[in-house]
Design a protein around this ligand. Structure first.
Ligand code: SAH
Length: 445
């Protein structure tokens, strides 16, 4: 088998990354966008040992679960990967992925059905779009994977409708004012990216123009016209990022309009969002996720809660109403300052936040913990953190994670002292393979 050869394959199942997996002679063929049961002619793009990588040339037998992707950029964009699969099947796929992650660690658990979104579209309330020129026309959107080629997509179906409209307005005004995006070949223009955030409950919008230098000709006119069209834009910030890395935001900021931040509300608590704050992108499901975590915790007024990897304190503050005291620990300084000011803003006096490494904090924590909440990044918890948990022996652990594989690995380490009571995935990122899972562990005996 070699590159460009065409072969016929049948998809046996989907890998955890959503790609179709097929057998061919003694090799495994990986085919993006091919569904279980489908037969197709595929063209080989790469061969590595017994792994063959191929793209669909023609589908010969279609699955009944195939649906219209409803996005003109889907096959190039890479931000969604399951738009061609019906939403019901996507949910089953995610539930099974969580099951496999635990099985992989030798843990037999019942995985609850994934908590779905009623309408799995236009859920992103945070948008990042790169701006550039293509054939003398302004284009914006994401970069095609591994390139600097912008995929122009004016109506991304997972981004909030209103934020799509704001992007369209920005392009229109730029054309009217003869403004051009930054062009790395002739160094004209200044605008590279736009970051938008919107509060779902408050409707407040934040616009961040990311430019290569302080110079940004036409910015005042641009801002004036933009807020005329979208009066719920409450703040506009210019962020300066001269570096050519994949990190979108630079260090320097200049507020062009408003206060430099907006607010949103989650479970009745007000949160301040500034350009660099971590705040979940899907506010609809975030409330559901936190509610699930709260239900698991079953807190009473005398309970001491520790929220490890607490970010800007979203879970800690949601929990604080039901507990005696909440301790939040997080490694990023800015996030902790946000958490402290969010607590003040909401008159919450029983939440204490500390900027520290979660494992160090756990190792020196000297109070009895009734409920430990953990929500670590993708790589999961450190082993030393888990060891400290096993020493402190909280009665309950609520483990929230965006990666079921690292979560299962960590849960396994806790199982000597804990029983798994509930494994419940929540769909925070419909149409992609990502899944968030809430797990409840209870101390044995
Ligand atoms: N619970 C929050 C944030 C979860 S994201 C929310 O739902 O909004 C995971 C957080 O873990 C990030 O804010 C990250 O900065 C933090 N983090 C990563 N490594 C850490 C460590 N070693 N100690 C403490 N916090 C850490």
């Amino acid at each position: 088998m070699k590159k460009n050869e065409i072969i016929e394959v049948t998809c046996e199942y989907l890998g955890t990354d959503g790609k179709g997996l097929c057998k061919y002679n003694k090799c495994t063929v990986f085919v993006p966008f091919l569904l279980k049961g489908e037969r197709a002619k595929v063209i080989i793009t790469d061969v590595k040992g017994s792994n063959i990588y191929a793209n669909i040339k023609e589908i010969l037998e279609k699955s009944e679960n195939r649906c219209s992707e409803r996005c003109s950029s889907y096959y190039r964009c890479g931000s969604c990967n399951l738009r061609h699969l019906s939403y019901d099947e996507e949910l089953k796929f995610k539930q099974n992925n969580v099951y496999l992650a635990y099985k992989n660690e030798g843990i037999k658990v019942k995985v609850e059905p994934v908590v779905k979104m009623d309408d799995p579209s236009n859920y992103r309330y945070k948008v990042i779009a790169s701006f550039g020129l293509k054939k003398n026309e302004i284009v914006y959107g994401l970069y095609e994977e591994g390139t600097h080629n912008i995929i122009g997509n004016n109506d991304c179906p997972i981004q909030s409708h209103e934020l799509n409209e704001v992007l369209k307005s920005i392009k229109k005004i730029m054309i009217k004012l003869h403004m051009v995006p930054f062009n790395e070949y002739n160094n004209r223009g200044s605008l590279r990216h736009i970051l938008l955030r919107m509060g779902r409950k408050t409707n407040e919008i934040m616009v961040v123009f990311v430019t290569v230098s302080e110079m940004f000709h036409g910015r005042n006119e641009l801002v004036k016209e933009l807020i005329k069209i979208h009066p719920n834009i409450k703040t506009v910030v210019q962020n300066i990022n001269p570096r050519r890395t994949s990190v979108v935001l630079g260090d320097k900021e200049r507020v062009l309009y408003g206060d430099g931040y907006i607010f949103d509300d989650l479970l009745g608590i007000k949160f301040k969002i500034s350009p660099k704050s971590f705040f979940q992108v899907n506010p609809i499901q975030t409330e559901i996720l936190y509610q699930e975590a709260l239900n698991c915790a079953e807190l009473s007024k005398n309970d001491i809660v520790l929220d490890a990897y607490c970010g800007t304190g979203t879970i800690s503050l949601a929990v604080s109403k039901k507990a005696k005291m909440v301790y939040g620990v997080e490694i990023v300084k800015d996030a902790i300052s946000d958490a402290i000011s969010n607590a003040k803003e909401n008159n919450i006096r029983n939440a204490f936040f500390k900027c520290d490494d979660a494992k160090k904090y756990m190792q020196t924590f000297n109070k009895k913990i009734d409920c430990l909440i953990v929500d670590p990044p993708r790589k999961g918890c450190d082993k030393e953190f888990i060891n400290a948990v096993l020493k402190l022996e909280p009665k309950k652990i609520v483990y929230v994670s965006c990666d079921p594989f690292t979560q299962a690995r960590d849960v396994k380490l806790l199982m000597g002292k804990y029983n798994v009571r509930l494994v419940k995935p929540v769909d925070m990122f419909p149409r992609t393979v990502h899944v968030e899972t809430v797990v409840l562990l209870e101390k044995k005996g």
